[in-house]
Structures are given as structure tokens and as C-alpha cells.
Design a protein around this ligand. Sequence first.
Ligand SMILES: Cc1cc2nc3c(=O)[nH]c(=O)nc-3n(C[C@H](O)[C@H](O)[C@H](O)COP(=O)(O)OP(=O)(O)OC[C@H]3O[C@@H](n4cnc5c(N)ncnc54)[C@H](O)[C@@H]3O)c2cc1C
Length: 418
Amino acid sequence: MPAASGSGQIGWRTVQRIVIVGAGLAGLRTAEELRRAGYEGDLVLVGEERHLPYDRPPLSKEVMRGEKSDTTLEPREFFDERGIELLLGLAATAVDPDTRTVTLVDGSVVDYDELIVATGLAPRRIPGLPDLAGVHVLRSIDESLALRADLDPGKRALIVGAGFIGCELAASMRCAGLDVVLVEPQPTPLASVLGEKVGALIARLHVGEGVDLRAGVGLTSLTGTGTGTGTGTGTGTGRVSGAVLSDGSEVDVEVVAIGVGSVPVTKWLGGAGVQLDDGVVCDGVGRTAVPHIWAVGDVAAWQLRVGGRKRVEHWSNAGEQAKILAAALTGALESPADQLPYFWSDQYGVKIQALGSVTATDDVHIIADHGRKFLAYYERDSILTAVVGGGMAGGVMKMRGKIAARTPIAEVLGAVSV
Ligand SMILES: Cc1cc2nc3c(=O)[nH]c(=O)nc-3n(C[C@H](O)[C@H](O)[C@H](O)COP(=O)(O)OP(=O)(O)OC[C@H]3O[C@@H](n4cnc5c(N)ncnc54)[C@H](O)[C@@H]3O)c2cc1C
């Protein structure tokens, strides 16, 4: 690849410098795709964390089970060879769209011709919790390693929230020999993502593996051996020893993981004038309404052809959006192809996969239920919208064409043989 020195001819004008803020999966893949699309100008990747871009899915799985401690996506040579300048350990703190500059936390200022926002998500905290050691959230590798260091066999763990991260942590902690209490205010795990019917199958999986699942119950408070500032960051001097749940029950715990969702990292964009509405509001190729500012990955709410504007918090989406954005920015894209959302989760060796636009309020048809293996079709307005499977990759993937073609549900149900 050419070095990132000269300028890049993009469409009708010359772009000297593209700055990507956020050195995660989406930032990395966007930089890579820009070079692949022929952009030869300066390319700068700014990351708050000091690490090279790394992969997050293993943080709740292999890292938590002690099978991996490094999930780096590409070695340093990858960036050198492509002329991608890395500014790591430096958070962006402000953007001025008039002067087209980004200010970094050390006071330095970086000029841009085009700015791409790829700052991802931050874990949601529960306000008012005492600041006790042993209380964790999970988004970064540092947080993952800190939680992992707290997991000794036989310890009693409380996981708050049975979304994907909470469920994966429960599975990994059982695998690591801990006693696990999993609390979830909804009637089942993953109810708000996959609906209660499939949620019930996932509940059965966890209970079968020995998790003490308390559905319909939330966390009221934590108790410990000290007091703190109430940020729930686990950096205080006391250590967590117990929890009070919303049904009034009390549990003794030695480690707590909070998995109650994440919020888009957009505060630093305050003065930029970009529209924020649960993420950075974009068109169908990642462009915001502010000239020369784009967004990609978990932080970005793109306008999808089907399903309206949506933020998608899944791994495959980051790579797909990176490709579309790079093509649009370099003028190579006429109109974006339809994206078919896909995500997976691993729990107790069962690969749970979802293909299509899954909504918890869809009608769900359980097509197969063989204990640890299951398959479900999702229906909205009599159309097949998505397929979710556990341990049934073939059954999920073979429906790609049918979902993309918006096949009537009656047709696919009539053809079922699993
Ligand atoms: C524990 C875990 C497990 C997951 N498992 C799965 C899975 O099994 N399947 C699946 O499909 N998806 C999974 N995901 C989701 C997937 O990892 C994300 O969709 C993906 O990481 C999104 O990439 P991103 O680059 O948009 O955001 P991120 O990966 O969050 O990267 C954003 C980066 O921006 C940096 N940043 C933030 N603010 C600033 C700033 N002001 N200045 C500079 N840098 C900044 C952050 O430090 C971060 O490094 C998982 C996520 C987590 C956290």
C-alpha cells in the first residue's frame, strides 16, 4: 500500500487528511477499507485506549475462561504498511466543524478534511451503588482482565442483567467454577432482544448448567465492608459482600458484574452540531448532516432501507458499515446494498445465532427444540423477518435468501423439515 503522505483524489476534490476517532473494530476496519478503496492521503486513527485495536467478543468468553489474554486484531506492522498513523492513549475531547479540527485530551489539535466518529459504547452504570471493590462492568480488555482476576473457583458471583454480556459472563463463570446468581428484571434472559419464547429456551440452558436465575427481579442495593463515592466503579476501599434484590431477598456475593446495557460515546461531540438521538444520526452510508463528519459502528444510528434508523451493536455490522462508508467517502458507491443483520453469542459451547432483523415484539415460531439446540422463525406482518438458532448453524444460514426476499411466513412454515 502507498504511504499516507500525498493527497487522495476523492470524487470531485482532493482530501489531504481523514481522521478516525475511536480505534476499535469499526475504526480499524474503516481505515483498512479506505486504503483498499484507493485513498492515498493522510489517515489518522485516534484511540483513547493505549492498546492496539482489539476484538471485544472474546472478552466475555475466552478471556473470561482464562484461555486468552490478548485479543489484538492486527499487529503494528499492519498500520505501518498501510500508512495509518496511530495516536493511541489519547481521547478526543472536542470537534470544531468550522476550523475542521479535533482537540485531544493532551491539548493537541488535529486537522481533518473528513472526520469519522467510531467511538463505540460505554457500559451503563447503576446510579447510587456504593463504590466497592469486586464490582465490575465489561467493555474493555482492561475491565475484562480485572474481572477475570477476581474469578476464583467456588466464589459466589452476582450478575446483574441477563442480556448478551450477562448471559455470556454467567456461562464463562460457571465454566470457571463459580456459583452464579443471575438477576434480570424481565421475565426471561434476553427478552428485550429475542422475545420471551426464545428467552425461555435460554433460561432453561442456564438453569440446566446450574445458574441460580432470578427472573423478574432487579438489584436494589449492594452491601460491603466499606463506603465509597457511589459511582459503582469498584475502585473504592471496601469490598462487596452482599446484595439486596427487588423482591427483598438477600444474597451473599464476593464478585458482582453489572451488565445492564451500554450507551453511545458521544459527549465529546457536544459542540460539533451533529444530531444525536441514541447515537450519531446518519444517512444510509454513515454521513451526518454536518459536512465532513461521518459515523460508523456501535455509536452510529444509520438509516436502514428496511426498519428505519437503527443503531446495531454487533461485530459483523462494524465491518459491513466500514466497507459502505469507505466506498461512499471515496465516491465508489452509487447506492448501498441492503444489509442483513447478523450476530452470534456463545454460551456453554452453544452458538446462538440471529440472522435478520430480530425484534422482541415479533411473533415467534419455535421450529425445533431439542434441549440445547433450537431454531425459531420470527414473523412480522406475515413476513419472515429473522431466524434465531442455538447450535443449529445450518438451519439459520440456509434461511438467508428467504429472509432477504421477505418470504411470507406461511410459505416457510409449510416447508419446515428440521
Ligand atoms: C464483552 C463483549 C462481547 C461481545 N460479544 C459479541 C458477540 O459475541 N457477537 C457480536 O456480534 N458482537 C459482540 N460484541 C459487540 C462487538 O464487539 C461490537 O459490536 C464492536 O466492538 C463494535 O466496534 P466499534 O468499533 O463500533 O466500538 P468499540 O469496539 O467499542 O470501539 C470504540 C473505541 O473508541 C474508543 N473511544 C471512545 N471514546 C473515544 C474518544 N473520545 N477518543 C478516542 N477514542 C475513543 C474506545 O476506547 C474504543 O476503543 C461484544 C461486545 C462486548 C463489549
